[in-house]
Structures are given as structure tokens and as C-alpha cells.
Design a protein around this ligand. Sequence first.
Ligand code: BES
Ligand code: MN
Ligand code: MN
Length: 462
Amino acid sequence: MQNVQDYISKNKERFLDELIQLLRIPSVSADSAFSQDVIDTSEAVRTALENAGCDTVEICETDGYPIVYGEKIIDPALPTVLVYGHYDVQPADPINLWNSPPFEPVIKKTDTHPEGAIFARGACDDKGQMYMHVKALEFMVKTNQLPCNVKFMIEGEEEVGSNNLAVFVANNHKKLANDIILISDTGMIANDVPSITTGLRGLSYVEVEVTGPNRDLHSGLYGGAVANPINALTKMIASLHDENNHITIPGFYDKVEDLSQEERAEMAKAPFSLDAYQKALNITSVDGEKGYSTNERNSIRPTLDVNGIWGGYTGEGAKTVIASKAYAKISMRLVPNQDWQDITQLFKTHFESIAPKGVTVKVTPHHGGQGYVTPIDTIGYKAASKAYEITFGKKPIPQRSGGSIPIVALFEKELNSKTILMGFGLDSDAIHSPNEHFGVWNYLKGIETIPYFYHHFTEMSK
Ligand code: BES
Ligand code: MN
Ligand code: MN
């Protein structure tokens, strides 16, 4: 690859400025107050793809936010890479925990990013990582080094479940036909320990509502005599794990695939410091399913977590009251073979069955998706591995991630192609949290690595 480092150092400031402009638009897909901003962001992505050298770019309307589709077909006989990413972001709240406003990006140095990191909502997830692909395309087109065809599909509803993208994919098999799907929306172990994500967990996300008496009650007059929905809910939630932190829902583990001792031994080789992990989170101990390491707990094992819980009086001071209702939002991270709809049904049946006398329970499924594992003996993986070897000077480690990108399993089913997850974020980049950031070094390293993937993938496809 000619001059990729040269090209990056000459254009570094512009690459950063362009990303910063994109990060200024608050494209929060979950909150309708930002709907115009989400639409404006799709326009900005369209312009960026046009400027980078796509031949055609379209805004594809859906029942929700638009999908930006762009392509450059240089020769139908050559392989085609389909790049997927998302331009929507998570809500920024709690805003008061940000050290600088979430949509006014600033570059600051950190311990893990001595060369600086861009602080903004979406910096790492996923605008920064998506934009690496746009700039890598610009480099390949401007220097006449694009070796194959490329298609971009950038959506605006990943953070809310990608429901409309699923419809779009099902209706556009031909348009989206490709030889490999390339995504940068995950992480790697460390800047000096490159890794390629080989797995994603599935997800089932539900909301529960527990109802007791028909109105809020005085906790002195009625307390102890009627079921308290908050007491009931917390007891029910507590019973979902046993003393070994196994999930107690009957049938929950039925389809879970146990990894062989060899596979687990291979996983354990990835560098990991429990001490550094605990220090970074300011905790004195880790916790999780008995019999598994931290890295196993957060990748190859399914989990259940309360993501939010509310009810009763939470304002200033004290109010003596028994609330009529209590609520919680619960996520279950799943592993390949566990079907998310089956698990949602198992949860619903079980949760309803453990309701104590005097309350009723309603379970509402939100969204979900299947997990994914990608093999490492394909030319896609090998080409990615070579690319990292060149730009990082080290062979990357294959690693399964705990996060979810539900659409990836669907891509395989609908488009019949494998996905390569080239993530350049770090776990410490605080995605979905206050002070999300993305290392400047990581951003530029991604732009540098991607063209080598195209090159090797095209060569290996011959
Ligand atoms: N990019 C993340 C997923 C991710 C991050 C995977 C880091 C692996 C490593 C994605 O935007 C995300 O947040 N997904 C959601 C699920 C989605 C249905 C809202 C998640 O994992 O919670
Ligand atoms: Mn993402
Ligand atoms: Mn996300």
C-alpha cells in the first residue's frame, strides 16, 4: 500500500475536523426530541460518502430513520466489500457527569490515550469508527488504490434495535450482494495488543411492571398488610440468580454451547490483568458466574442484568408511601444457539409464575437479536489479520466480545456472507457512558489498517 501513512499525516487535521463536525450533531435515535438532528446526520453522512469518492449515494427512507447507502463499483468481476456502521448515538444523560458537553467535542490526553482522545457522545460508538471507513475509502480512491468494489450501508437506528434495517436488508438482497461484510463497531484489547472480534452476544431486552393496590397507599395505614410492589419486584429479581450466580429461569441454559477445555485454554492466553481491571473500575472484587473467569463471564456465558428500576417516591426528602406500581428494565446477553425469542418467552413464563400473591405482573419484550461467532479460517479473517500485522507490527488475537450487534446474525442469514469485526475502540473508552471518547491514535490507526484489509482480501480472493 503506497503512502497510507503519508496521506494520513498530511490530512490528519482535516480528518479530525470532519469527525468533530459530525459529532456536533446530536443524533440520539432513542429520543424523538432529536429527530431532526438524526435526519441531519444522515445528510452529513451522504455528503461525506460523496466527497470520499462513492459513485452513487442515496438516502433510503424507512419507517424510521433513513439508511445511507453508497457504492463504488469498479468491476463487477472483482470482490465486493460491504461496510456497515451506524450514525445514531446513545442518549447523553446523565449530562451532569460529563466533564465537557457531549456534543461539543474536545481533544484531551488521558492515561490510555497519551496522544489525545476525542471526547463526545458517539466518538467511539460509532461515528468515529464508521468515519474511519469513509476516510480509508477517500485514501484508496484519491490515490487510485481501491482494489475492489465497495458498498456502504450506514443506519440511524442501531441503538434502538435496527428493526427497519432488518426490513431493508430483507428487501434488498441484490443491492447489498457482497463477498464480505466489514464493521468497525467493537473494540480491541489494548493499543499494543491488537485483537479482532470473533463473536458478539445475542440480546433479549424486556420491561416488567408489577402492580399491587389500585392506588398509592399510606405506608403506615397499609404497610405490612398488602403486598408492596417494590418489595415484590426486588424479591423476584433477586431470585433470578442462585448462590453461584447461575440464572434460575428453567431452560435458560438448555442451548448454551460449552466450550472445550482447549478453546478455554486458548482464550485464557489473551493478556488480562485482574488487578488493572478492578482498579480501572474502582472495585475491590469482581463478581459473576461460579466456575468462569472474568473474560469468560463477559463473552462466552449468558447473563441477566437489571438496567433500570423505578417506582415509589424518589424526590427530595421522605414521603411515606406504598406505590401502586414498580418497574424494571432487564437485559439478557445470550450466546450463539440461544434463540432470543425463545429466551424472551422463557423469561416471561417464569417471571409471571414467581409473582407473589397480591400483585400482578406484566412483561413487555423490547428488542433483541441472535449472537454471532465468526470462524478464523476464512480469507476474510486472514486478510484482516494480515492488515493488523502490518500496521500494528503484531498478529492480532481473536477475541469474542460481550456486546451485541443483533443485525450481524441477520446479515449472515439474509445475505449469506460472513462479517469481519475490526474494532479499534478500547473498553475504557466509556461507550454509552458519560465522557465517551475515542483515541486519536486509534482513529488514525483504523484509517491506516482498513486499506490493507481491502488489498489482502482482494488478493486472497483471486
Ligand atoms: N457498538 C455496540 C456494540 C458493541 C460494543 C459490541 C463494543 C462489542 C463491543 C452497539 O452500538 C451497541 O451498543 N449495541 C447494543 C445493543 C443494541 C440492540 C442496542 C448493546 O450491546 O447493548
Ligand atoms: Mn455501536
Ligand atoms: Mn452502542
